[in-house]
Design a protein around this ligand. Sequence first.
Ligand code: FDA
Length: 503
Amino acid sequence: GSRSFVPAVVIGTGYGAAVSALRLGEAGVTTVMLEMGRLWDKPGPDGKVFCKVTNPDSRSTWFKKRTEAPLGSFLWLDVVNKDVEPNAGVLDKVNLGDMSVYVGRGVGGGSLVNGGMAVTPRRDFLQEALPQVDMNEMYDRYFPRANAGLGVSTIPSDFFESTEWYQYSRVSRAAAEKAGLGTVFIPNVYDFAHMRKEAEGTAPKSALDGEVMYGNNHGKRSLDRSYLAAALGTGKVTIESLHHVKALRQESDGTYVLTVHQTDGLGNVLARKEIACKHLFLGAGSLGTTEILLRARETGALPALSADVGGGWGPNGNVMTARANHLWNATGAKQSTIPVMAIDDRNNPVHPVLAEIAPMPAGIETWVSLYLALAKTPERGTFTFDRVTDKLGLTWTKAHSEPAVAAVRSLFDRINKANFTDYRYDLFGSGLNNFAANFCYHPLGGCVLGKATDLYGRVKGYQNLYVTDGSLIPGALGANPFVTITALAERNVERVIAQDIRA
Ligand code: FDA
């Protein structure tokens, strides 16, 4: 294999990685980003880059023979999932025992597949999660910077109140109000001017055409259109896609050396490379970053890593549930894939929950109200690493999810009671399931700030080694995480560039 040296390497191209690369590039530091997924810029045979949720093909899924959409069933029929050719598709589901974690694969990481919900967390919740971080600085400086960099806005209320595409949200709002619960608008990175044109028929449809989890062809400001575009614009940053970081070690002069496999879209290894650098930023996400560090610790490559690496993990209290509405409360055959409203019970002293009103873009009337609820609970898991099998594990069991389910059940029992409605039991796999807490979209923790790292993401035990992503935030935030990941990365990289790189 070949060996090269660059001053700075960033692993991954998600939120933390993209922020770090942009600011390094602006500071004049030559930086290479390594991403195991594809660069999503070439149209397939249908002329589109990404495929729809309702019609998945080999672009949808990361090396699986069959798609693994979370709403696999309807009336217990497996109608959504399809057999596909194993390929470097955009959405992965990593199965870790009783918990499965969905992650984005490609240049842009989770921003390619997520719902775009851009939530600044409640100040008291963030303070509780990151007690040593200065909240004034976060809310006065870094959240505004993150929201501007991401291109966050809120749906105009005249459009929301009048369009058929958000009938499903208005029906859920009315049901919540009957139980005395309030709702809030949830900001998003989707371009609502574009969405309005989609509704009017003057722009190509994306959110209004069932696109989201396997990528949006239009409208969504994913990172490749925001932070990553800006990073490339500095002229100092390059992105190597289909480059999978396999191992990390350090030489006696402090240089970090990465073993990297360059692959094709079918998973064949095209080249084995060694990429050396002085400053190394880990932005491979909660699972990816923690795996790289655990492997290094457990194989003895970086023996001084803290025992806290692997700890503090949680699924952000993710619980999905669904209600069956009365026949006179149709939720609409037309549903925008971009969620813009949540039922807000965060003030509940026993069971604080933010329940986002999710679409069910089936293309037919289903009378279903679907929710992604975020419960703020203290259960945490720990990642493990098996040297023999070279596999990441997680100590999360079904019991760890039960307090979050109990919180969400308490909220939706109230809503059902006030509306004389019931749960849907047929949507989450075989058997009678009205709650799905065995998968998550929001993995958090593994290299917690102030535990596995110092208060700015510097990995304990080593110099010039940094964590920048969702693994810094312990287990539950009471808000969707990407705005916080972005803001925290902005805060940390500013300090690191000033103190470790410019100095
Ligand atoms: P992120 O996971 O974004 O990026 C990590 C990148 O590193 C990936 O591109 C990965 O391929 C790459 N990588 C990993 N290991 C590697 C290795 N060894 N070598 C090279 N590359 C490697 N959040 C939110 O705030 N609002 C929302 O609406 C949603 N909705 C949502 C829906 C779905 C379906 C998902 C899957 C997720 C969400 N999320 C969300 C969660 C959000 O997307 C997530 O929190 C962030 O993407 C996490 O950002 P990070 O920077 O931590 O890593």
